[in-house]
Design a protein around this ligand. Sequence first.
Ligand code: CMP
Length: 135
Amino acid sequence: IHRRDFVVTWSMVARVPLFADLDAHEIATVMQCLRSRSCIPGEVIVRKGDEAHSMYLIASGDVEVVLPGEHVRLGPGDFFGEIAILRRRRRSATVKASTHCRLLVLDADDLHELLEANPSIAAHLHKVAQSRGGR
Ligand code: CMP
């Protein structure tokens, strides 16, 4: 295990609002797909224009989405990196860690499978992506 990885626990996954409607069996399935990643303050997690392979759920800490004229702060329970995966595009913005944070990483293939199996999660993710400007 990499020095900066940590163990993804059941409670971390169960606490993610996006997964609130999943039953125990489904949470166990999602848990098997999630990897962990720790970041230090200032670390760039995704960079605008890069190819995208995963989306991220924030288990703890805060990140900052760098947008023209503003920085949007996201925290525990929030997610990011969904726009490029859903739209099969490059990253629409750079996202940096503001504090030490722990992220749950979901790869594109697993995300697409999850969305096929859970239309309500898909609807929610599309709605958030749209509200963030990822049409
Ligand atoms: P993605 O384009 O994959 O990578 C950058 C991410 O920043 C993007 O997905 C969203 O998750 C996030 N993002 C982009 N625009 C906004 C916004 N206006 N508010 C919050 N998050 C955003």
